[in-house]
Design a protein around this ligand. Structure first.
Ligand code: LLP
Length: 424
């Protein structure tokens, strides 16, 4: 995470000391580096340089903040959206509809209408009944919806079960054996224009082998579809490339290696490729900055508890997926200790690290949870009535709040009293 480094003994985000952000905005706070995300977008694009003019559609779910989307839009990225809300955010950030693909198993009629009206690049459909509904919507609006079916290649992505999507038993896509029938059906529907195929087998992939296996199957499907007379011009290869979280683990494949594998597998495909990277663009472009509330001694002579002011509601990944986030003191004191790092939420699951060697910290010290740019702020909740955390973006020696800390009064006001409880 080269944009979050120690300088003169204190961690900076680009050229801004993190302590300055904590003093100005309070903690916990998410801090993003523009240089890191722009750099990753460029590295990813460079990795695919031999693949013609691919559409790189950032998976908005990884980080939907408007300033993040605008930064990536300026870097030339499109968007992969999975809801009407994400579609509206992408458009609001200036991403043209011609660079937007719409994925997801449960698109509603309203969402289809919004996307059809907007004139998006492609709908990635996940069932034949979805195709029927989209055709009806498109006919009603007088438009032609460009579609691909997402193929479920029944491949084990080798990642956490909760973020694996390409096995037959997962809810995603249509089985390979149904492809010909599904495309025949779609081609007969008046509101659809069949243009591509799509695949996405999971997230935080640390090996290229399952991707290669899936893409090879997709190549077979494209050939069969063309044989059956369909004009396949687009292949959307999804996202999934992992990022390094844990320093001791082997590095995941680079975008360069990913691009080389894809160039090899797709060399005869003669299609425009689409990619939907999320984590690899923003994962290492963000941290969660938090302050130590107190250090409490461990029970039964166990390791001490470092209690920080960020909780599982702010960063769910450790409690949800047993995910590892590197934990570093912003101004390390030199010593290391074995500790449990926990939040203030009233659940034992509110634990970021158990028995981990970390920088020794004291009450009031700042701590950074690294690799928190993806699937972090966006998955936060207000559990324990903890307002949503602020977000800050850094550019060089400047920083700006890109989402205000939620106001507890606003949370309280959002509740409505039924007439029988209203006081007057
Ligand atoms: N395309 C589709 C259809 C997806 O479902 C996803 C992620 C992506 C692209 C982007 O994948 P990426 O390049 O970011 O791996 N909350 C989980 C991750 C869930 C991923 C869901 N789908 C986590 O915190 O690890």
């Amino acid at each position: 995470m080269k944009h979050f480094e120690l300088r003169g003994g204190a961690m900076h985000a680009e050229d801004v000391p993190l302590s300055e952000i904590a003093d100005a905005v309070g903690t916990p706070v998410y801090v993003y580096s523009s240089a890191a995300m722009i750099g990753q977008a460029e590295t990813f694009r460079a990795g695919l340089a031999r693949l013609g003019d691919p559409l790189i559609a950032f998976a908005v779910k990884a980080n939907p903040n408007g300033a993040v989307l605008k930064t990536l839009a300026e870097a030339g990225l499109g968007a992969d959206v999975v809801s009407g809300g994400e579609l509206r955010r992408a458009l609001a950030a200036g991403i043209p509809a011609s660079k937007i693909v719409f994925s997801g198993v449960g698109k509603t009629r309203d969402e289809m209408e919004l996307a059809c009206r907007g004139g998006i690049y492609q709908f990635n459909l996940e069932s034949e009944s979805e195709a029927e509904m989209l055709s009806e919507v498109a006919v009603g609006l007088g438009c032609l919806a460009p579609i691909a079916f997402r193929i479920n290649p029944d491949v084990d992505a080798g990642t956490h079960a909760k973020i694996s999507t390409g096995r037959a038993e997962n809810k995603f896509g249509i089985p390979e054996v149904r492809a010909l029938a599904a495309y025949a059906r779609a081609a007969s529907l008046p509101g659809l224009k069949v243009q591509g195929v799509a695949v996405h087998i999971g997230s935080q992939l640390t090996s290229l082998a399952p991707l290669e296996q899936a893409f090879t199957k997709v190549g077979g499907v494209i050939a069969a579809l063309r044989e059956a007379g369909h004009e396949i011009q687009v292949a959307d290869l999804g996202g999934g490339l992992g990022v390094p979280y844990e320093p001791a683990k082997p590095l995941p494949p680079t975008p360069q290696a990913y691009g080389e594998m894809i160039a090899r597998v797709t060399k005869d495909w003669n299609v425009r490729l689409v990619f939907e990277p999320g984590r690899v663009i923003v994962g290492n472009a963000g941290i969660l900055l938090t302050r130590v509330i107190r250090v409490k001694e461990g029970g039964a002579g166990g390791d001490p508890f470092v209690i920080v002011d960020a909780g599982m509601n702010d960063l769910m990944r450790p409690s949800l997926y047993d995910a590892w986030h590197d934990i570093r003191a912003v101004a390390p004191r030199g010593a290391r200790v074995t500790a449990n790092v926990v939040g203030p939420v009233c659940e034992t699951g509110d634990t970021f690290a158990t028995g981990r060697e970390v920088d020794r910290v004291e009450e009031g010290d700042l701590v950074a949870f690294m690799t928190s740019g993806a699937y972090a702020a966006t998955m936060a909740s207000t559990y324990n009535s903890r307002p949503l955390t602020a977000e800050v973006m850094v550019r060089g020696n400047r920083f700006a709040v890109i989402r205000d800390r939620q106001d507890i009064e606003a949370l309280i006001r959002a509740d409505r009293m039924p007439p029988w409880l209203a006081s007057d």
